[in-house]
Design a protein around this ligand. Sequence first.
Ligand SMILES: [Zn+2]
Length: 390
Amino acid sequence: MSDKRIIKIFDTTLRDGEQSPGGSMNHEEKMQIAQALVDLGVDVIEAGFPIASPDDFRAVQEISNNFKGAEIAGLCRCNDQDIDRAWEALQRAEAPRIHVFLATSAIHREFKLNMSTDEIIENAVEGVKRAKGYCDNVEFSTEDAVRTEMDFLCRVVEAVIEAGATTVNIPDTVGYATPAHMGDVIQGLIDRVPNAGDAVLSVHCHNDLGLAVANSLAGVEAGAGQIECTINGIGERAGNCSLEEVVMAMRTRSDFYSCDTRINSQLLVPTSQLLSRITGLEVQRNKAIVGRNAFAHEAGIHQDGMLKEPTTYEIMRPEDVGFDKTDLVLGKHSGRAALADRARSLGFELDDDQIRSLFKQFKTLADSKKDIADSDIASLIEQQLAASET
Ligand SMILES: [Zn+2]
């Protein structure tokens, strides 16, 4: 543990996630999620965008006032009014963080901001200095960083660190990067920005090409020290980097990444399920880590291997992410070993002949019924036992 780099987990479920279609939450629900995030052990909770609405302001303020154990961040555009409003909401937090963002790519400069490169740098530095006047912990995000010219991105990053930013976030706002590209951007900043070592570099990846987790890991491999992510990967469009996936990738492959997080992984499944219940956004059954099938096995060969030694077909233990245990699903692909095991766990001691005949009946049932419940197995066994007694 000691020689492993600890990567900060910056959760933005309540900001990026909440602003996505179907992700909205009421005030009480936001407080429940904030508590779950503290329990989960995230380093930073981005609680909202205070100037965006009175509801957002109230949520950031109440989370700041009441929750200890994580830094609380509030998002703001790079102007005085936004930054002042963010601080108003954050000021009583145990560890407040002002998160200022400004777009840097040519497309955003030209079509959205109508600003020159020099104006962007001037504006960014002013914003960081204003935030710094309120609190030492200031994060600056170069919106659409991945589509920004590398030379210019280096200039912006150097200037905001010089102005006092303690974290500089490199977002792939539109989900355009690939892993090698994201790694190159982070590596390029570390190599070329002389004061890069004075701030934590962060990645914020969107999942438009299904690469948000892979891109975040590539950023970490290149030297990023913070990952921005959300529970179940909810967020704008195709969503953000999924917290549970990126955390378990680093933990399961710590032999490769030599890093870890402070996340209490046994709470991943309960937290995922809480968010699904609150928002109604269900996770797909085969979703990595937290999906209902993530630790389910139906194929006979796999079930037989699992019963002999779980590591034959599992790289993680279900209980490490908060599932009760591996789910050996009994269906038409299952074998005799799994059926015998289930019969035993239901309290029936059957001899080989009984198992053989039970297996035949089971296969017939499995052909007509997709999900076989324990009660189905029990009634097959009871019928069989009753028949052999008479
Ligand atoms: Zn985002």
